[in-house]
Design a protein. Sequence first.
Length: 316
Amino acid sequence: MGRLPPAEKLSLAVRKNVRDEWDNNKADIEQQLSSLLETTWTIDITPNAIWPYHNDGYAKESLGSCIKSYVEGAIYQIKYLTERYAGLKAEINDICHAHVLTLDLEENSPPRFSYGGGDVQDGKLRVLFVENNLGTNIDYCLEEKTLFDALNMAPSGKPLSFRARQDIRDNYDPNIAEVRHQIAEILGKTDDQITLTPNFDENFAKLAAYGKTSEGKTNLREDWQSHLGNFALKYLQALVYQMKYIKVGEDELIQEGFLEAVSTNEMALRVVDKLSNSDSSYNELVIEDGILYLQTTPQYYGTNIDYIASKLMDAL
């Protein structure tokens, strides 16, 4: 079924409900949204275009109340998520650059959602209802997965997707200093002498390109973007574990050998097309030009992370 034409005129009872419940509250609700996101937002909803989808449901006689509930539900979810995730306000403002919240019909066939959802179109954050479900599950249209998917799929000129950036902020950034400190202690160095290079932009590009291939569509884990920071941290933590296991910090000879081999004090993570060691299946450790590389391939990204540095002693 195609998009229905807007109602030419609403009944008096419906118009009154729109006026009392939506029009009279719109300015206050816009201010709530603007205050929450710390920049000016507007709400652009055309009641006459929404009403034809009432399907004898909530919106048939209480269209204004229905619209108000959708918007308040969206604001509730945004408030909950922005309090939980650092940097999310800035991401929403940047990705939804028009700073407009609207309510519209989900036109994808088949629908992307069961009852309602959301996306970003032309820089506008859209709350969406599925045909025949206007007024159903109103409060959950912009729940975490839906909102994050919408932000992730929105056009962006940035090298990393929203989910990748969010994971880096949530998992990598708060914990990497401790990893650097542990490596510095093992090597008898100060923290600032140790360089950890996650190569996020390059690795993301490699994984994204692989994901577009027929092989990648089958073999690349679906949630890789949501683990870009988390897995980078775990790969480096696996290196710390192996350094302790072979007693780099306790045996002067091993420490000296490590410092000679990794003369730059740099440890990096990279995704490569093919491993250099034919005996390695999932990942490997190599040292090149004084840099220690932890490397894996796109199809095995995130697999057997704990073993990536298991051949450290052989590399030294």
